[in-house]
Ligand binder design. Structure first.
Ligand code: BMA
Length: 329
């Protein structure tokens, strides 16, 4: 197996597809890239988000500490593989509101829009809802109004305005380990006030595609392709051993992303390796970010594994799009 990471000026992390692989995405051979004890206080580092930043990459990492308090931490990397994560959690100043209450923060996503990096996360405010903040430099952070009422999770912003408005995917939920969940889209003129809520995609019928029959949630920031918005998402089946989280892809209409054009019937990646099947919550792959290059036709998908560590998987965008079209529900 080729262990070399190709480097160019801010080339995305990459490893060629192993000859024996027939799947459209494949795991990095040195997974997990971030271990559970990446910082001295961490019990686990998992569902986390990365973006290109300056001459390398920056990220926002979910680190649960040894009291299992959930918070988000900034981190930096030159190559997207080796990360230095700050030992202190992000401290937010007031952004577009003074009300920045937060009992906990987890499962961040990061989206660059126009002039700044927007961070969305699951924010504890009388239960889980979608927190939003921004930074220009990953040093100072500003927290805005929560996007929605509790209960909601998996808020993911589109990287550009759609029809003149900010757009966000989310997954209304309950206060616990939610046994249901569909993906909605909401729009905002200013990031503060959200409305025009539309259903995008529901959990699938058991008999059609059981890996995503209990609940689904948006994963990484949607990527604009010739076919529409490519969205990597997670799907869950409730088994006799509890929830099992896998990863799939959907293509949403460019102008009206509440229209699903295609959606994978088979999963793209399911928990199969030791670090995905063993950990604090076994059998979880949970995508939260990608680094990608449309020109080079490459994508690197960052995902939490077993709620314990961070894994990385690679693919060719054109192959994922083709696979999604040819194997659509
Ligand atoms: C979800 C969230 C995720 C977690 C997943 C599996 O409800 O809490 O953070 O990865 O469950 O435990």
């Amino acid at each position: 197996m080729n262990d070399q990471i190709t480097t160019k000026t801010i080339a995305i992390p990459w490893q060629e597809k192993p000859a024996e692989t027939t799947d459209v995405i494949w795991r990095y051979s040195n997974n997990p890239i971030i271990k559970r004890d990446a910082i001295p206080t961490s019990n686990s580092v998992f569902n986390s988000a990365v973006v290109p930043f300056e001459d390398g990459y920056a990220g926002v990492f979910r680190c649960d500490n040894k009291a299992v308090q959930m918070d988000i931490f900034a981190g930096f990397s030159k190559d997207g593989i080796n990360w230095d994560i700050n030992h202190q959690p992000i401290e937010f100043e007031a952004g577009n509101t003074q009300m920045i209450d937060s009992d906990y923060k987890y499962d961040p996503r990061v989206t660059f829009i126009e002039d700044r990096y927007w961070i969305t996360w699951c924010n504890g405010y009388h239960g889980p809802t979608i927190g939003i903040g921004y930074t220009f430099d990953f040093k100072e952070f500003f927290q805005c109004e929560n996007a929605f009422l509790p209960f909601n999770r998996n808020g993911v912003l589109f990287p550009e305005k759609i029809n003149g408005k900010y757009a966000m995917l989310s997954r209304p939920s309950d206060n616990g380990h939610t046994p249901f969940g569909d993906i909605y889209i909401s729009y905002s003129p200013d990031i503060k006030y959200w409305g025009e809520h539309r259903c995008v995609m529901k959990a699938s019928p058991f008999e059609d595609s059981a890996w995503q029959c209990t609940k689904i949630g948006a994963g990484s920031v949607p990527i604009l392709t010739d076919e529409g918005w490519l969205m990597i998402y997670h799907g869950v089946i409730n088994t006799c051993n509890g929830f099992r989280y896998s990863m799939g892809a959907a293509i949403l209409d460019k102008e009206n992303p509440d229209k699903v054009k295609f959606r994978t019937q088979p999963y793209l990646l399911s928990p199969q390796t030791t670090y995905e099947c063993m950990g604090d919550v076994p059998n979880v792959v949970f995508p939260c970010a990608t680094l990608h290059s449309i020109d080079e036709d490459k994508i690197a998908i960052y995902y939490g594994a077993a709620d314990t560590v961070v894994g990385l998987a690679f693919g060719h965008i054109s192959e994922i799009v083709k696979f999604t079209k040819e194997n659509s529900l």
